[in-house]
Each structure stands twice: as C-alpha cells, then as structure tokens.
Design a binder for this molecule. Structure first.
Ligand code: MN
Length: 223
C-alpha cells in the first residue's frame, strides 16, 4: 500500500500490456492505464498543486476528504479515488494467474463466505448490481473481510476499509472485448486474479489493523 509519493505518480503496469490476454485485451489495457489512470494522477496533482494538501499521501487524503475545502474535495474524491482504485487493480492481476487462494486468506474467505466460490459469487453480484460506473471490492475493515461496491471512483479508503481486491466495472474496463456484457467480463476476470498478491495485501492490512490506529483514523475522516 505504497501510495505515499508526492506529487502523485502513475505506477508502471507490472506486466506487458498484452499479458492478460485473452481475459483483458491489449488495447483496453493501453487505454485504461496510459490514459484513464494517467488522467486521474494528473487531475489529482493539478487539484492539489500549491495547496496545504500537496504533501499528503493519497491514503490520508481519501480518509480526510471531509476536512478538505469543497472546491478540492470533488476533484480529490474522483481523481484520488481513481488513482488509488486503479493502483490496486493492476497490482492484484497477473498473467497465468487464476489459481485459488491459500493460507490465512483462504481460511478467512472460507470462514466468511463459505468457499472461494461463495466469495466470487458475492463480488460478481456486487459488480453486476452496481448501477452505472463503479467498482466491486473485497475489503478488510479492521475486523474481517467484507464484499462492497462503490460508485464512480469512490474508494473503500474513504470509509476506513482497506481494499484487498477490486474489479473495475466501468465500461472502459471491458467494452472492447465483452461489449455490453458486464457479467461475462466479471466471470472471465477471475482468471486474471493473482491471489498471491491479494494474500500479501491481506497480511499487510491485518498488520496495520493490529497497531490500532489505522481503522480509527479512517472512520474519523469518513465523509
Ligand atoms: Mn477504470
């Protein structure tokens, strides 16, 4: 969860643009990363430029949105949320992924959702049920795992939840290959999920939760 750089920077895609074929096609990855995500980073830096908020890390900004003046809040919510969300999205995908989770993450998934299949069903339902653009998430909220959905580029970090896995359900994420069939995309998408990365995020989230501060902070800043 290294979103501390200021000014904010576009993280390089951690694999080639065509690496997730056929689940996500190369042109979609190029446009999505190089234009959409880059645009959010640019918009975020432009909104913060010269302000007292310019040296704050992204997680802090999103947790403290309520404290921000309104003229900045809208831009940071959209562009900062977009930057945070897409950073998770690229990180938790990989070529030749798609095997099932193992270890403590698997135990928590089984305890909370009965099975990996149960989790996938809930995430897909959250993604299919989102009206308009947004995201479906597996989050850690300080106590345990939960599936949520956010509108537009809202981030789980705005509500003090740490995103472990997120799937972008904006049409730009799937339209070229799957056209209007969001449910086909959501079903195919699991083949691109790198559960090893999700497990690492879960371990980090639990460690941060144990120091007692992180989840209080997020909840105080709830917009
Ligand atoms: Mn997107």
């Amino acid at each position: 969860m290294t979103l501390t750089a200021v000014p904010h920077v576009l993280p390089p895609l951690p694999y080639p643009y065509d690496a997730l074929e056929p689940t996500i096609d190369e042109l979609t990855m190029r446009i999505h990363h190089d234009r959409h995500h880059a645009g959010y980073v640019e918009g975020l830096n432009a909104a913060l430029d010269g302000s007292e908020w310019a040296d704050r890390g992204l997680e802090d900004l999103l947790a403290d949105l309520a404290l921000m003046p309104e003229d900045k809040r809208v831009a940071v919510r959209t562009n900062g949320g977009g930057h945070a969300n897409h950073s998770v999205f690229w990180e938790i995908m990989a070529p030749n992924a798609g095997s099932d989770p193992t270890g403590p993450l698997r135990d928590a998934i089984d305890a909370t959702f009965e099975s990996v299949r149960g989790l996938k069903r809930e995430v897909s339902a959250a993604g299919n049920g989102r009206v308009g653009s947004g995201w479906a998430w597996l989050v850690y909220d300080g106590a345990g795992l939960a599936v949520t959905s956010t509108a537009n580029e809202d981030s789980p970090l705005m509500s003090g939840q740490l995103p472990l896995l997120g799937v972008d359900v904006w049409e730009h994420a799937f339209y070229l290959r799957h056209q209007n069939r969001r449910s086909d995309y959501l079903e195919a998408w699991w083949w691109a999920v790198d559960w090893g990365r999700v497990a690492q995020r879960y371990a980090t989230a639990r460690a941060e939760g144990q120091d007692g501060k992180r989840f209080e902070l997020g909840q105080e800043g709830r917009p």
